[in-house]
Design a protein around this ligand. Structure first.
Ligand code: GLC
Length: 470
C-alpha cells in the first residue's frame, strides 16, 4: 500500500514537473522570434490621421486624443470618416519600408482610444469598412503582405479607453479624465463589463479569426479592467491563437512582456521588455510635426535598448491617404542601410556583462550635437528619451562573440577598456561588420585599441565590430 502510494505520489510529482517544464518550454518557444527580432514598427493610423493635428482651422489640443481634449461629440468626430479614403495605401510598400529598415515586426492600431475600428468589424459598425468611402478592410492586405514578406504582425487595441462606447469610465488623471464626457457625462452609470462583453471580446475574436496568424496583441491603457476580465481576455486569446504574444497592457500583470513608453530602462533587464518610441513628437500623423529624431539618434537608441536586453518598437504615423511620410521614409532608409551592414550583432543577441562604455573624447561632443541640432529634438512632454549624442560603445553578445558598436566616434583610434588584456578575455580576431577591410587592432592592458574606419558624411557614424574570443 505504502509503495503504491509512494509511486503514485512520485509519478504525480514527476508529471507535474514535466507539465511545468513543458509549459515553460512552450512560453519560451512562443517568445523566441520576438526576443531575436529586436526591432519593430509601430503604426498609429486612424481618423485622427485625417485631421492631421488641426480642428476647425486651429491646431488641435491633444494630438490623436483631440476628440476629448477639444470636447468634440461622437457625431461630429465620426463625420471625419465621411472623407477618410486612403487612396494611396499600399500595404506591400509599408511592409517593405519596415523590412528595408531592418524591422522584423509591425504593430498597428486596430482601434485607438476614439473607438473607431480600422478593420472590418461585423460586431460594431463604427469601422472603416462600413463608415468610410474606402469601404474595405485595409488590415487584410497588411497581414497578407506581412505573411508574404516574412514580417511578424500584431494588432494594437485600446482596451480601457473607448470614446464610442457609453460604458467606458476612466479614473486617470482624475475621475473621467480620459472619458468621452460630451456624449456620456455620467461616469457613475458606466459599467465596464457591458463594454467588455459588447465590444472588446467580439472585436478581439474578430482580430484573431479574420486574418489567420496574429503574432502579437498589443493592448493599451488597461484602465478599469478587472483582474478577472484581464484573465478572461488572456484565456480567450490563447484559446484561439495559443502562440499569440500579449503585452503587459492587458493589465494585472498578465502580459508576456513589459512595455516602456517614450523611455528606456536604466540598466540591464533580463525579462522581456520593449520600448515604444516616436520618431517625431506624436504617435499619429500631425502635419506640422516635422522635427524627427535623426537616424543616428534612433540607431543609438536601438543599440542602447538591445544592449539592455529589450526591443525597440519605433513609431510612425501614416497619413490618411495611406502614405508613410517622406521624413519617416528617409530616416528609416538610412537606418536600414546601416542595419544591412551591422545587424549581425543585433538580431538574436543577448546582453553582454557590460552594456556601455563611454568614450573619452568628451570635448567634441558639442560639435556632433550642434551638427545634429536641426534634426535632434529637445525633451518634450511625452518623450523622455535622451536626445544627447555622446560618443560611447554599446555591447552585445552572440554565439560566444562580443559585438562592440562604437557610436558617434571622432577619434582615429579607439580604446575599448572593457576588452583590456587584464579582463581575462583573449581576443583572436576583430572584424569590422559589413566590410572586408582589414582592421588594425592590439589588445593591451589599457584596452583593445582599434584603428577606426573612415566614414562618409552621409553615413551613420556607428562602427560595429565583432570580437572572436579564445
Ligand atoms: C501614449 C499615447 C497613445 C499611444 C500610446 C502608445 O499613451 O497617449 O495615444 O497610443 O502612447 O503607447
Amino acid at each position: 500500500m505504502k509503495t503504491i502510494f509512494t509511486r503514485t505520489f512520485f509519478c504525480t510529482l514527476a508529471c507535474l514537473f514535466i507539465r511545468i517544464g513543458s509549459t515553460k518550454a512552450q512560453t519560451s518557444d512562443k517568445m523566441d522570434w520576438w526576443k531575436d527580432a529586436k526591432f519593430g514598427m509601430f503604426m498609429h493610423w486612424g481618423l485622427y490621421s485625417k485631421t492631421a493635428g488641426y480642428w476647425n482651422g486651429h491646431k488641435a489640443k491633444g494630438n490623436e486624443h483631440f476628440m476629448i481634449h477639444e470636447k468634440i461629440s461622437l457625431k461630429e468626430y465620426a463625420a471625419i470618416a465621411d472623407d477618410f479614403n486612403p487612396v494611396n495605401y499600399d500595404a506591400e510598400e509599408w511592409v517593405l519600408t519596415a523590412k528595408n529598415a531592418g524591422m522584423k515586426y509591425i504593430i498597428i492600431t486596430s482601434k485607438h482610444h476614439d473607438g473607431f475600428a480600422m478593420f472590418d468589424s461585423p460586431s460594431n459598425d463604427y469601422n472603416i469598412k462600413t463608415r468610410t468611402p474606402y469601404g474595405k478592410d485595409p488590415m487584410k492586405a497588411l497581414v497578407d503582405a506581412c505573411h508574404k514578406h516574412n514580417m511578424k504582425f500584431g494588432f494594437y487595441y485600446s482596451l480601457g479607453r473607448d470614446w464610442e462606447d457609453p460604458d467606458v469610465a476612466t479614473n486617470w488623471p482624475q475621475k473621467g479624465g480620459r472619458s468621452n464626457l460630451v456624449d456620456y457625462p455620467n461616469e457613475d452609470i458606466k459599467v465596464f463589463s457591458r463594454y467588455f462583453k459588447r465590444k472588446v471580446k467580439p472585436q478581439v475574436k474578430e482580430l484573431l479569426t479574420q486574418y489567420e496568424k496574429i503574432d502579437v496583441l498589443w493592448f493599451d491603457t488597461p484602465e478599469l479592467i478587472s483582474p478577472a476580465e484581464s484573465k478572461e481576455l488572456r484565456e480567450l486569446i490563447l484559446s484561439i491563437q495559443p502562440n499569440c504574444i500579449i503585452n503587459s497592457r492587458i493589465g494585472k500583470g498578465l502580459g508576456d512582456y513589459k512595455v516602456t513608453e517614450q523611455k528606456i530602462v536604466k540598466g540591464l533587464e533580463m525579462n522581456p521588455w520593449e520600448a515604444c518610441i516616436t520618431m517625431g513628437k506624436n504617435w499619429g500623423y500631425i502635419e506640422y510635426d516635422t522635427i524627427y529624431k535623426s537616424s543616428e539618434l534612433m540607431t543609438r537608441q536601438l543599440l542602447e535598448i538591445v544592449s539592455k536586453g529589450g526591443n525597440l518598437l519605433l513609431n510612425n504615423g501614416p497619413t490618411a491617404a495611406g502614405e508613410i511620410t517622406s521624413l519617416a521614409q528617409e530616416r528609416l532608409a538610412k537606418m536600414g542601410k546601416w542595419m544591412k551592414k551591422n545587424s549581425e550583432g543585433i538580431y538574436g543577441s543577448k546582453p553582454w556583462i557590460t552594456q556601455v562604455e563611454l568614450l573619452s573624447n568628451a570635448k567634441k561632443i558639442e560639435d556632433i550635437d550642434k551638427k545634429e541640432d536641426e534634426n535632434t529634438m529637445k525633451d518634450n512632454a511625452n518623450d523622455a528619451t535622451s536626445k544627447v549624442i555622446i560618443p560611447e560603445i554599446r555591447f552585445t553578445l552572440k554565439g560566444g562573440n562580443v559585438y562592440a558598436y562604437v557610436c558617434s566616434f571622432l577619434e582615429k583610434q579607439v580604446t575599448i577598456k572593457s576588452l583590456s588584456k587584464n579582463k581575462n578575455i583573449k581576443i583572436k580576431e576583430v572584424e569590422l561588420l559589413g566590410s572586408t577591410e582589414k582592421i588594425k587592432w592590439r589588445q593591451t592592458p589599457q584596452g583593445l585599441k582599434i584603428e577606426m574606419p573612415k566614414y562618409a558624411k552621409s553615413q551613420i557614424p556607428i562602427a560595429g565590430f565583432k570580437m572572436t574570443t579564445e
